[in-house]
Design a protein around this ligand. Structure first.
Ligand code: GLU
Length: 443
């Protein structure tokens, strides 16, 4: 039997780092055991789900390289949910309730005041047919609750180990709203059954849902899948993730120019016992992936760490892997070797391509210094040794050294006060450009 995984975002917003991490973990696990990865759009909430967000999610996953084998939309499957709804109803696993929101809230407050757990008291189960008819005559539509078996539900979680949830302490969950629309649980389990999902990996906020879902799988006569609940991401200080620290949506990260493989490399290992290592290739992340290495403790996501990793990846990125990227239009393998160690995002390469092969307006503060420097430029083709002999000659002649020597040259030749090693850049600039720039000409 093929293992099947699913990532099930609701298209009510763009993907943020927490969703992306779950998508990646599902994808890596699926690839690791040669299973399938299904993208399921949980778009039953008609008011909040949009086509734009659905497209955005697909774009973001594609950008990360997380290709799905199958795409499903819950909005296509309303008839199937109704069918299972009717079946569970006929079997007595769903029962109609007529309480209004206020009535339920009142009950809850009373229970809390008496220090009782705020669990639904199942009073709707005791309604007679006449009472139900009377409610409906009043214009009340029922919502439908799932009758939980009051038992301990247990499973062996890939991350949490043995988990036991006592369903006696849970309220019977509402599966169908008064307007007849199903809430998350029923469609989710029906889909997991129909699509043959063998592994459900999701956030640990779903642990108690899983207990109820296991009862639903059984009520449908289906095999219960394996589960893994991944601890949520926290901010760098252990508090909730906040945008103050940096971008949290994939869209913003892309706009910032971060590499998808930096994001993948970090998210694949965050919260595990493995070291974070920058990789260029998802295959390497699949190789090292082990769901058993995820810890039960919350993982900390630090956008600053992501930026550092991005820089590190670029510093070692082979030219062959980047040469076709639009950010490197006009760049060469030689220039890449000179500048890559200075980049924090790929887009910064544009500046150095312009400096090296395009035109700049040089910055000259001391014209006589620049003129003297031009005179002392070594004859012939500039090579890897030219910078050293050139600056030595200027030092001997003018008695300047250190920053006072190097900065005016850098500014004249690049119009920047920082950047790659000048000794390596000089041969690429070449003699003609160097002399023109020392004269202050745009070149
Ligand atoms: N749409 C649900 C969510 O985003 C899916 C949860 C699940 O994986 O079952 O929380």
């Amino acid at each position: 039997m093929t293992a099947k995984f699913r990532f099930a975002p609701s298209p009510t917003g763009y993907l943020h780092v927490g969703n992306a991490r779950l998508a990646l973990i599902n994808w890596l696990y699926a690839r690791k055991i040669e299973g399938e990865f299904v993208l399921r759009l949980d778009d039953t909430d008609e008011e909040r789900s949009t086509e734009e967000f659905a497209e955005g999610i697909k774009e973001d996953l594609t950008w990360l390289g997380l290709v799905w084998d199958d795409l499903k939309k819950q909005s296509d499957r309303a008839d199937r949910y109704t069918e299972i709804f009717e079946k569970l109803k006929a079997e007595g696993r769903l029962y109609p309730c007529y309480e209004t929101g206020e009535e339920l809230e009142y009950k809850r407050k009373r229970q809390l005041a008496r220090k009782l757990p705020p669990v639904y008291d199942r009073s709707a189960l005791k309604l007679t047919d006449e009472e139900k008819q009377a409610f409906e005559a009043e214009g009340r539509q029922p919502h439908w609750r799932f009758l939980l078996d009051q038992e301990v539900v247990a499973w062996d979680d890939h991350v949490r180990g043995r988990v036991e949830v006592d369903c006696a302490s849970m309220s019977d969950p509402v599966l169908i709203r008064t307007d007849g629309r199903p809430l998350y649980h029923l469609p989710s389990v029906v889909d997991d059954v129909d699509f043959g999902i063998t592994h459900v990996i999701r956030g640990e906020d779903h642990v108690s849902n899983t207990a109820l879902h296991i009862q639903l799988f059984k009520a449908m006569g289906a095999t219960v899948p394996e589960f893994a609940h991944i601890p949520l991401l926290m901010g760098p200080d252990g508090g909730p993730l906040s945008k103050r620290e940096g971008s949290l949506s994939l869209r913003d990260m892309r706009d910032e120019g971060l590499e998808p493989m930096s994001i993948n490399s970090l998210l694949a290992r965050l919260g595990t016992s493995d070291n974070v290592v920058g990789q260029y290739d998802l295959a390497k992340l699949i190789e090292g992936f082990d769901i058993g290495h995820f810890s039960r403790a919350a993982a900390k996501f630090d956008p600053a760490e992501l930026k550092n990793l991005n820089a590190k990846i670029l510093h070692e990125m082979p030219w062959e892997l980047v040469k076709d990227r639009p950010e490197l239009e006009g760049c060469t393998a030689d220039l890449w070797a000179v500048i890559q160690g200075n980049l924090s995002v790929l887009g910064e390469a544009k500046l150095w391509t312009e400096v090296t092969y395009g035109q700049i307006n040089p910055v000259i503060e001391d014209e006589s210094f620049a003129a003297k420097a031009a005179e002392l430029l070594p004859a012939g083709t500039l090579d890897g040794d030219s910078w050293k002999s050139w600056t030595n000659a200027i030092k001997d002649e003018l008695g300047v050294k250190g920053k006072a020597l190097f900065m005016p040259l850098r500014q004249a030749l690049t119009a920047q006060s920082h950047g790659p090693e000048m000794g390596k850049l000089l041969p690429l600039l070449g003699r003609e450009k160097t002399l023109k720039r020392l004269k202050g000409e745009v070149a």
